[in-house]
Design a protein around this ligand. Structure first.
Ligand SMILES: Nc1ncnc2c1ncn2[C@@H]1O[C@H](COP(=O)(O)OP(=O)(O)OP(=O)(O)O)[C@@H](O)[C@H]1O
Ligand SMILES: [Mg+2]
Length: 159
């Protein structure tokens, strides 16, 4: 979480780490998880929010981090609808296309399964923000991997 903030990603601030109690105190982000807000947004609002989510993931990846559990339940939209990324329990230092593609894939899957939003449109918009941050070449590698991971999932689902 602290590295994500160094990457310029919006995330809660760590206030205190208690090694004996195994606890972390972090700042409370006012707002609602994206899962319950995204579907009631106007097209313009969802476009802005999804682009910004793509940028945030791009910033994380550019810094050499991956989230590992990138779903719309782990993103809080603040009152001004700025996305904050939460739940870094599965995150890691990695620049591996497989790990980056997994972040994009998990997010896309959560949009597809828990939202009424147009999933294809959402994916395109997220990619726009992602490419903006990471550049065409790097982003292209992750996006190709994302597609490959999605194909693998379908293959197993059919069998
Ligand atoms: N810093 C925070 N500010 C506001 N709400 C938070 C914050 N951290 C967590 N939450 C709320 O608590 C929920 C669960 O947090 P988090 O995802 O970090 O825990 P988790 O144990 O991984 O839970 P889950 O298994 O549901 O993902 C979030 O979806 C969010 O609603
Ligand atoms: Mg969570």
């Amino acid at each position: 979480m602290s590295d994500a903030k160094k990457a310029g990603v919006r995330a809660p601030s760590i206030l205190e780490v208690d090694l004996e109690a195994f606890s972390i105190a972090m700042s409370y982000v006012e707002g609602d998880v994206a899962r319950i807000r995204l579907d009631s947004m106007s097209d313009n609002e969802s476009r802005e929010t999804l682009t910004e989510i793509g940028r945030q993931i791009g910033a994380l990846h550019e810094f050499g981090l991956v989230h590992g559990d990138m779903t719309t339940s782990n993103i809080i939209l603040s009152k001004d609808t700025l996305p904050f990324i939460l739940d870094f329990g599965m995150s890691a230092h990695s620049t591996d296309a497989e790990d980056r593609g997994t972040d994009l894939h998990l997010l896309q899957r959560s949009i597809f399964t828990s939202h009424t939003l147009d999933a294809k449109r959402s994916e395109r918009i997220i990619h726009q923000g992602y490419i903006e941050r990471l550049g065409n070449r790097q982003a292209g590698l992750s996006i190709r991997k994302q597609r490959e991971i999605a194909r693998r999932g379908r293959y197993f689902a059919i069998r």
